[in-house]
Design a protein around this ligand. Sequence first.
Ligand SMILES: Cc1cc2nc3c(=O)[nH]c(=O)nc-3n(C[C@H](O)[C@H](O)[C@H](O)COP(=O)(O)OP(=O)(O)OC[C@H]3O[C@@H](n4cnc5c(N)ncnc54)[C@H](O)[C@@H]3O)c2cc1C
Length: 412
Amino acid sequence: MAKKITIIGAGIVGVATAAYLKRDGHDVTIVDMREPGEYCSFGNAGILSPGSCVPLGTPGVMWKVPGYLSDPMGPLVIRPGYFLKALPWFLRFVAASSPRRVDEIANALRPLLKQTFDAYEPLVKHAGVADLIRRTGYAVAYRKRAAYEGDAIAWKLRRDRGVIVEEMDGAGLRQLVPQLAGDYEVGLYLPEQGFVASPSRLAKSLAAQFQRDGGTLLQREVRDIEVGPDGPRALVTNAGSVPVETLVICAGPHSNEFTSKLGDRVPLEAERGYHVTFSDPRVELPMPVFMPESKLFVTPMEMGLRIAGQSEFAGIHAPPDYGRADILEKLAQQIFPGISTADATKWMGRRPSLPDSLPVIGRSTKFANAYYAFGHGHVGLVSGAPTGRIVADLIAGRQPNLDVTPYRPDRF
Ligand SMILES: Cc1cc2nc3c(=O)[nH]c(=O)nc-3n(C[C@H](O)[C@H](O)[C@H](O)COP(=O)(O)OP(=O)(O)OC[C@H]3O[C@@H](n4cnc5c(N)ncnc54)[C@H](O)[C@@H]3O)c2cc1C
């Protein structure tokens, strides 16, 4: 039966969810204070990696943290004033890094991510932007064999779940990606992965198609939810009230502000990341490259070469520190000595991150008319369309094609 459904958030998760709900014939409205795909979904690395089933926290991760924090060019920073606030999240993160939990998390992530191409395909074809999805695979470049061996657990987790990982030496890597300078001791190729040539164009195109299909997009800031005995009744916005029958919360790193109004407290953190995009880099890559030692991706996007990474804990509202993006620019110059960095744009985005690296997808614990889809952390683009399809299944009363219990909101 067709329902009237309101979604908070027009990031990739919100627009993919809207697209799948529209395919089921529902009357769907998205409410967002920004244009679609302008928040975290704007500037990510664009990687579509069905193989990214390894959580951020793996056994022994805490021993690596001091090294990351003390390296001025390192991938992790916790602003001193924010450390105590982030501590409860980090304690949960450590608890989720045990060998047993990591195995369970990888088991839960893999079936979600594995669906990425299959779930995006009908949406991008319908929106006329199938060209955005590139199935090139991606390369991995390790300067030191010891670093590769130090990541053995992560690669085993992937291989054990059927991810194809082809290993090669430095010469093999240079054949695969001749643009890489310097000495790399180990290269890997993951042929089943891919990327999106413009993450923001993807979200905007899906949103535009959603509107052409009769969906409504309201540009408003949601300030509160009016909750009655049977669940959410209306959104209180900067431009009046929006009545609600069924609500889906896809508000990225702000989602917990809304779930707490519905009685569900979720330990969501804004894990900030940065990118630099060079519009005329004079380096043309055949595929994205992952640099595990610096935890960054370099992606050949349609608007230029993007280098994205960094993990900064500073709270959701703190101003960006573009010094983190400058680090990425310096690393780009080391990786590609001939790169032209003349025309660079810098960006900061907030990953909606949960301490166990799993999203929340499912129904509110209190109300039958409220659903959640957020907290996808580092894999929100990969899992955007699969999540949308799952939410549509749940709302329609269909059995989703995977077990959703690992994503329940009350697991913490
Ligand atoms: C540097 C970097 C690189 C990344 N690389 C990758 C990658 O390669 N692959 C991958 O899969 N993922 C990647 N990610 C993660 C990915 O970008 C996110 O997981 C994803 O964009 C989250 O999408 P979302 O729709 O949940 O949130 P968002 O895109 O943040 O959307 C949430 C929306 O909610 C709206 N909203 C919030 N509060 C309100 C309110 N009060 N009223 C109205 N609207 C509201 C916002 O305006 C926003 O539009 C990366 C992230 C970063 C930072």
